[in-house]
Design a binder for this molecule. Structure first.
Ligand SMILES: [Zn+2]
Ligand SMILES: [Zn+2]
Length: 151
């Protein structure tokens, strides 16, 4: 059999067949081991992600620290870094919703600094980029700015 080049990287020798089904149409690729490993990983990630998103946030439990949405709602704190992954879609909504409320209150209470909006956007950004340490610091800062008690 003639040596074929990988159809993804066009660089290494293809040793595997990779089948993708999109909209009922089967397409097969000849790919190398390197690209196959990448595809397998990506696929596993997507599967895990889909499985997680299939469960509503209020029924999820962090596999690392056992945090739930209930414990998060009660304390406003997440137990560990993994929590950011487990509840990420909820957190984005939470931050957005919170942000709306802050803006609304801000109209009547001049004590709310104008840049808090920017900070919330930054926070959502940091969570997205998985900069958890910075996100946690920023969250504390926002809490202080809002006059909340720091713990
Ligand atoms: Zn390849
Ligand atoms: Zn956790």
């Amino acid at each position: 059999m003639e040596k074929e080049l990988c159809q993804i990287c066009h660089h290494r020798i293809a040793e595997h067949r990779f089948v993708r089904i999109v909209g009922g149409v089967e397409t097969s690729y000849r790919i190398c081991s390197h690209c196959k490993a990448l595809m397998d990983n990506k696929y596993k990630e997507l599967q895990a992600e889909a499985a997680r998103k299939a469960v509503p946030p209020e029924r999820r439990v962090c596999p690392t620290c056992g945090s739930t949405l209930q414990s998060f709602s009660a304390t406003g704190l997440l137990g560990c870094e993994e929590c950011y992954h487990v509840f990420d879609d909820y957190l984005i909504e939470y931050i957005r919703g919170y942000h709306g409320a802050v803006t609304h209150v801000g109209m009547n209470a001049k004590a709310v600094p104008t840049d808090i909006e920017t900070l919330y956007r930054e926070l959502a950004d940091l969570v997205k980029k998985e900069e958890f340490e910075k996100a946690s610091l920023l969250k504390k800062k926002i809490k202080r700015l809002q006059g909340g008690v720091d713990d």
